[in-house]
Design a protein around this ligand. Structure first.
Ligand code: ARG
Length: 298
């Protein structure tokens, strides 16, 4: 067969017709599938800002606890409306940061490692988490030997654990987590005190991809993230500064602050569905949606 016969056999305008298909010009947006999650949350019945352990906290700011509870109840109801299960941890008087349940442990494959808090103001939260894990029949449940603020600094991306250090969780905790869970752990160095926990600067979109604010990380950690997640959603300073990255994704819906419209657009472009929520009262303690949410992974 010669080149001539090939050309002659093709309908003359086939290529041109295909090129004109408007679908070719539309961006390719992947279809995403949500996975139902089990979350642990703690109602902010005793929420307050009575001490300052991060740059967001001012004891002068004044907290409207009723509003905090209302915003938190909306978050809880929104999770349930999207098919997720919410377990409740009993709030303890005198522990005003206990609403940030994500810091209490890290649970993977039905096995937990309980936090060891960096600041004495939060130390007693660990016992409440230990008791809850026991009552829920979750395995393991020993307390970390190193300072370890649970999901605040440990972000699961599929089988991988991204682990932050620099302000709270000790680098030694990363080795401990790797051994305890027999999991690959990647250390990331946080450098901006506003992003004192990894979950203030990065979240998992699904089991393979993340969104993050590059400036929150040291140059070498940034390079590591670039290599590992070439398709990551990169989030700028404006969105990060309202804790836009303190978000929770179920693989499709992204529960995210309503103060980050630019991030909502980025998420939609990738086929995710932003679910905007107002947690402004809890932001006074430097916490957001993800901080209020511990995932109990079975
Ligand atoms: N006031 C709390 C602290 O400084 C906020 C914790 C936020 N939690 C989180 N997962 N980032 O410890």
């Amino acid at each position: 067969m010669t080149a001539d016969t090939l050309v002659a056999a093709d309908p003359p305008f086939a290529a041109a017709t295909e090129d004109a298909d408007p679908q070719d010009l539309a961006p390719v947006i992947p279809l995403r599938a949500p996975r139902p999650r089990r979350f642990l949350m703690c109602r902010p019945d005793h929420f307050d800002v009575t001490y300052s352990i991060n740059p967001w906290m001012s004891t002068e700011a004044g907290v409207d606890r009723d509003l905090a509870i209302e915003q938190w109840e909306t978050l809880r109801a929104t999770y349930e409306a999207h098919g997720h299960t919410v377990d409740l941890l009993d709030p303890v008087p005198g522990l005003p940061d206990m609403v940030f349940a994500a810091n209490g442990s890290f649970v993977r494959a039905g096995r937990a490692l309980v936090a060891r808090f960096a600041h004495p103001e939060r130390t007693d939260e660990a016992a409440a988490h230990t008791a809850w894990l026991k009552s829920a029949g979750i395995g393991g449940g020993r307390q970390a030997a190193w300072v370890n603020e649970g999901e605040g600094d440990l972000v699961a991306v599929g089988d991988l654990v991204l682990a932050g250090t620099g302000f709270r969780t000790a680098a030694g905790a990363h080795t401990e987590v790797a051994a305890y869970f027999d999991a690959p752990v990647v250390t990331l160095q946080l450098v901006d005190p506003r992003y004192y926990h990894l979950d203030t600067a990065l979240f998992a979109l699904d089991d393979a991809n993340i969104a993050y604010h590059p400036d929150a990380f040291s140059p070498s950690s940034r390079r590591r993230l670039e290599r590992m997640f070439p398709d990551a959603v990169l989030v700028g300073g404006d969105e990060a500064a309202v804790l836009g990255l303190n978000a929770v994704s179920d693989g499709l819906h992204v529960f995210v602050t309503d103060q980050a419209p630019g991030l909502h657009v980025q998420l939609k472009e990738r086929g995710y569905v932003p679910v905007p929520l107002d947690l402004s009262e809890l932001l006074k303690a430097g916490g957001g949606i993800k901080c209020c949410t511990l995932e109990v992974r079975s």
